[in-house]
Design a protein around this ligand. Structure first.
Ligand SMILES: NC(=O)C1=CN([C@@H]2O[C@H](COP(=O)(O)OP(=O)(O)OC[C@H]3O[C@@H](n4cnc5c(N)ncnc54)[C@H](OP(=O)(O)O)[C@@H]3O)[C@@H](O)[C@H]2O)C=CC1
Ligand SMILES: CCCCCCCCCCCCCCCC(=O)[C@@H](N)CO
Length: 356
């Protein structure tokens, strides 16, 4: 295990990283911390003003202010052509070289009870969370992997960070999912499926990458990861709480929210230790083990630990689910079927009750 832990499997110094959703919350902090480790950073989001402020903040953390480069691109990644445009712009900006790392952080959460949710919102959430990531993945992997037989003739200049010996460092494609992809509960139907879909994409791509690695052994290998944060104290977390029912708030009371800084640091650490499915707190670390299936575990010792914790968690989750079901029924008996939220008088009194 010692060896496993000591090698940095996610070197970023001198490499170019694209972060979608990099103008706010976790993505912004990821950008800052990777800049502090010496990366060139490009952030992508829709809002121009936040992008400008964001890139300034990220740039201020640069390890080598003279040589590191920073850039921002405004794009709506729910559109596939915007994702392609982003990749084209990054390649042009980066001396005709594709980025080394693409981290998809863009997303949003609109948690409401299923039958109270207009159908259009399910589409919105799929677009915002699944398709923003899927579009970036498609544009990125086409750039990375469409290797014509001629180019593949071992031209080391075709990748940006070719060392003098050994295989070139891997490229990384990273998705941002959530705790709720492992275990979802009342009030999260518009959001959880869109984030669970990212895990399906990630696991499948992770296997497909073996095809290209085997066919082009001298090209940088592509590694695919997904990060599963729990509650992040971002601006949009406050916004989601304006529509979230008090029922959902009560069910997630046990979760201790983390700052974007902490979530970014833990995510980066997980990638540095080579994990494919990365968690950022203990509860998610535990619940993930009840849901690993065929996902890559990263070696024998980790698999053994997963198996031990997983068999325990298979039992624990029965009680977790049972306890939540009980709470939902108790809520229904006490407050009726609304779930309630902050907009009405009774909801305010319930909120007071919850805070007490
Ligand atoms: N907050 C939380 O509790 C949790 C959040 N997550 C997930 O982690 C990620 C980061 O969350 P958080 O830090 O709260 O994020 P924020 O809401 O603070 O930031 C979201 C970022 O994504 C950008 N974005 C949103 N939609 C698009 C789009 N269509 N195209 C391009 N950019 C877009 C936003 O900029 P702009 O609006 O200007 O486009 C912003 O930069 C998200 O994917 C979120 O779903 C996971 C677990 C918990
Ligand atoms: C030992 C096992 C115990 C399990 C208990 C379960 C406790 C509930 C934790 C709720 C976490 C909710 C995270 C939501 C994050 C998110 O994605 C949204 N905020 C979207 O922005």
């Amino acid at each position: 295990m010692g060896n496993l832990m000591s090698r940095n499997e996610f070197p970023v110094e001198g490499r170019t990283v694209v972060i979608t959703g990099g103008s706010s919350g976790m993505g912004l902090e990821v950008g800052r911390q990777l800049a502090e480790k010496g990366a060139n950073v490009v952030i992508v989001a829709r809002g121009q003003e936040k992008l400008r402020q964001g890139i300034e903040y990220i740039q201020a953390g640069a390890l080598y202010p003279q040589s590191q480069r920073f850039h921002q691109i405004s794009a709506d990644l729910t559109s596939p052509s915007d994702a392609v445009r982003v990749m084209d712009e990054v390649v042009a900006w980066n001396s005709s070289t594709p980025p080394d790392i693409v981290w998809c952080c863009a997303g949003s959460a609109l948690p409401t009870l299923f039958i109270d949710t207009p159908v259009a919102r399910f589409h919105n959430q799929m677009d915002s969370n699944y398709f923003t990531g899927m579009h970036m993945a498609h544009a990125t992997l086409r750039r990375w992997l469409k290797i014509s037989p001629k180019d593949a003739a071992d031209d080391p200049s075709s990748h940006s960070c070719a060392p003098t010996n050994g295989p070139p460092p891997a490229r990384h494609l990273i998705f941002t999912s959530t705790f709720l992809a492992f275990y979802s509960f009342a009030g999260w139907t518009p959001y959880s499926p869109s984030k669970a879909a990212l895990r399906g994409l990630s696991d499948t791509l992770s296997q497909e990458m073996n095809l290209y690695a085997a066919a082009h052994p001298t090209e940088p290998r592509v590694r695919v990861h997904t990060v599963f944060p729990a509650t992040i104290l971002s601006e949009s977390y406050e916004a989601e709480n304006l529509i979230k029912t008090d029922l959902s708030k009560m069910l997630e009371e046990g979760d201790e929210a983390q700052t974007p800084q902490v979530v970014a640091a833990k995510s980066i650490r997980g990638l540095e230790t080579g994990q494919e499915l990365v968690t950022t707190n203990l509860v998610t670390w535990l619940v993930k083990r009840s849901m690993l299936g065929g996902s890559v575990r990263g070696g024998f010792w980790r698999a053994l630990l997963d198996w031990i914790v997983g068999s325990l968690m298979a039992l624990v989750m029965i009680f977790v689910r049972d306890d939540m079901d009980r709470k939902v029924r108790a809520w229904g008996r006490k407050y009726g079927d609304s779930g309630m939220n902050g907009d009405n008088k009774s909801a305010r009194s319930v909120k007071g009750h919850l805070q007490a």
